[in-house]
Design a protein. Structure first.
Lengths: 212, 98
């Protein structure tokens, strides 16, 4: 055996360790798309809130908070549509990439990734609903950003390691957002929109392009 | 001589090295998973797994999941230690020859 054989051995070992324990077919493009959906969603939410303020100003004497429940439902609906679109796109694009890499999308590593991503995320989701229930609406944006960031950090051990930087960025942003209550929508747009687009773009350029 | 002493004969094969690599980072791996990751045949995998089992570097557990027999592999502490030594030896060899 020559040293290049040994080098190949080491490469092969690394490759197998990664392939068997991490799900590496995540698509960068799906990150970009998730960011775009989030920005579009934020724009719609902004429109709805704008309408609400207009009506409130109009009704300021009567004080009947007519649109309040209505707007919560509308905003939740926008959020749900954004999340569903992002997930569906993510699955489709990841499946395409997995097929290209000759991997299965739902192998053991993918399931491990999903579980570890969902534990902090689901906790955050329930916590956000409790906050909504208690009426601390201003804290929803920071809390969702922080828990989403934690989910990314936790998931990074089971996929491309640099997902943790997206996590750190969102946790930091979420903590900053607690100091600017009332601007939640803008922080959301930055965290879920801008950060996804930047991260997905970097991943697409650095990882996927060079891999080809 | 001294530099080769840590090169482990038991790992001196691509497939055995592969089995060990996977078991180093996973608590368990079953037969099917190993087969898919290494893209080798049943017989091939079985014989190499047997060789590693013989020197007690891996542990084999046979069980039933529902009605299907399932064979699960895991690395023993001895296997982990030997594998680490082997990797270090490989790295040294590469460094020396550069």
């Amino acid at each position: 055996m020559t040293s290049s054989d040994y080098l190949n051995d080491i490469k092969e070992i690394k490759n197998l360790m990664n392939k068997s324990s991490r799900f590496i077919s995540l698509s960068g493009l799906s990150g970009i798309m998730a960011g775009v959906y989030a920005l579009i969603g934020a724009w719609f939410a902004r429109q709805e809130l704008g309408k609400l303020y207009a009506t409130k100003r109009y009704l300021y004497e009567g004080g009947s908070y007519a649109g309040s429940n209505d707007i919560t439902i509308k905003l939740l609906a926008i959020a749900a549509i954004v999340i569903i679109l992002a997930i569906v796109t993510g699955i489709i694009l990841t499946q395409r990439k997995a097929r290209r890499n000759g991997e299965k999308i739902f192998d053991k590593s993918a399931i491990k990734l999903l579980i570890n991503f969902l534990i902090p995320l689901a906790t955050g989701g329930v916590f956000a609903l409790i906050i909504l229930q208690k009426g601390y609406v201003g804290l929803i944006a920071p809390v969702t950003l922080i828990f989403y960031g934690l989910a990314c950090v936790n998931a990074s051990k089971f996929t491309l390691g640099h997902v943790k930087f997206l996590g750190f960025a969102n946790i930091t942003l979420g903590l900053i957002a607690t100091q600017y209550i009332g601007y939640g929508l803008y922080f959301w747009a930055i965290g879920f929109g801008l950060f996804h687009i930047i991260y997905g773009g970097l991943m697409y350029i650095l990882v996927e392009r060079t891999a080809k | 001589m001294s530099i080769i002493t840590n090169i482990n004969k038991a790992f001196d094969h691509r497939i055995r090295l592969g089995i060990m690599s996977i078991l180093m980072v996973n608590e368990f791996a079953d037969f099917k998973m190993l087969k898919e990751l290494l893209s080798i045949t049943d017989g091939n995998l079985a014989s190499h797994a047997k060789a590693l089992e013989k020197v007690e570097y891996i542990k084999v557990e046979k069980q039933f999941i529902g009605r299907k027999p399932n064979t699960r592999y895991s690395a023993t502490p001895l296997g982990r230690m030997e594998f680490k030594k082997h990797i270090e030896a490989l790295e040294n060899l590469i460094k020396k020859s550069e």
